[in-house]
Write a protein that binds this ligand. Sequence first.
Ligand code: SDX
Length: 431
Amino acid sequence: MPERTVTVTDNHSGKSIELPVREPTLGPAAVDIGRFFRELGYFTYDPGFLSTASCHSRLTYLDGAEGKLLYRGYPIEQLAEHSNFLEVAYLMLYGELPDAEQLTSFRNIITHHTMLNEALKDFFRGFYHDAHPMAIMVGVVGSLSAFYHDSTDIGNPQHREIAAHRLIAKMPSIAAASYKHSIGEPQVYPDNRLSYTGNLLNMMFSVPCEEYHVDPVAEKALDLIFILHIDHEQNASTSTVRLAGSSGANPFACIASGIAALWGPAHGGANEAVLDMLREIGDARNIPAFLARAKDRKDPFRLMGFGHRVYKNYDPRARIIRRMCHEVLAKLGDENDPLFELALRLEEIALKDDYFIERKLYPNVDFYSGLIYRALGIPANMFTVMFAIARTVGWVAQWMEMIGEENQRIGRPRQLYTGPSTRDYVTLDRR
Ligand code: SDX
């Protein structure tokens, strides 16, 4: 097929340029505007990147109109039904589903990197007891480069791989240690006999003075939720990781920047904000008043867990988690959880409201996930930490993809300057 091009004409100067179109495997093609400024003298302007592709990637594809999500071409629904977190992590890192031997080897590698350097214990102790676990995660993950000088040469593929393995393996240990610090309990070491999520639950909830048995329902539910959160194209936190990585920063610093970006309530912090919102609504009778606030442009209140930059249909992950809610809450004995009932009622009313229908606002991944974390006994201030554990796989996969590019360059956006024109300094006595 001949190369597609787009012609842009500057009606002011009459100059036209022909720009090449980059063809996708799926979804929209992209106009390559690399020559735009050099040949037409204009920047393109797209704050929020509504129409801008920052890179090409082979990892994750979203169809916003249809509400579809593929990891390396596999539909999220099929991976959720048949796979497990570490198998999908392998798929994201290496591009293909592992065979039995590859999966066993990968699982062993991750299992044997779960311990933290003992010196980190003092780092955790340095945080006040009521520090938000996300604040601890940002600090501790960023500090890992102080320990691992043997894997920060990002030009070395082996270093990149071991840093990726260490990050995936250690996130649950750091998360659990953050939680234990916040409740004043001793840290629990990883147990290599347990699964990835079983280990996390054990490190969070076991105590030295009694037996702890991982609940298989909780272990499976967490594994499934983690699959759903692994990656999501060029979202805010992933774009942050890519931009940090483009400067050549070490992988631990890059992932710490992703954790910081994820924390925002407009992004991964929404799962905690949904629970706060449901508690504030309290009763279905109050839903109309809150919907009115959500629709009032003068009111900063938004319906947390609703809307998405890409999905203008139901978030496929929310659909899976919503179904899981019923199963998990029933198995864990909370099937009549009033907050779940309230969430279902809120969704039902909102999806019939013209404001939400016109703007194609549907529940996103964060609307229901907090209800399951809550049923598993995970406190609200740990919800975004859970998101960060799973998304670390996507972040490191995206970082490895970017760093591995032949012509990888530092990301350096320009701006539309609207400040003062050139002016002379005025001495103090003349102001
Ligand atoms: C995640 O990017 C990703 O992929 C993110 C994520 C991932 O996996 O990485 O999917 C995870 O971050 C999910 C989103 C979690 N955030 C929330 O649930 C917070 C509530 N949602 C909104 O803040 C908002 O919907 C965003 C941030 C998610 C999307 O913002 P956009 O794309 O910039 O949309 P917008 O603000 O331009 O909204 C368009 C219109 C506006 O109204 P008008 O100006 O046209 O009148 O829709 C309205 C908005 O006011 N709107 C909402 C709303 N979301 C959008 N109104 C009320 N409640 C909402 N939740």
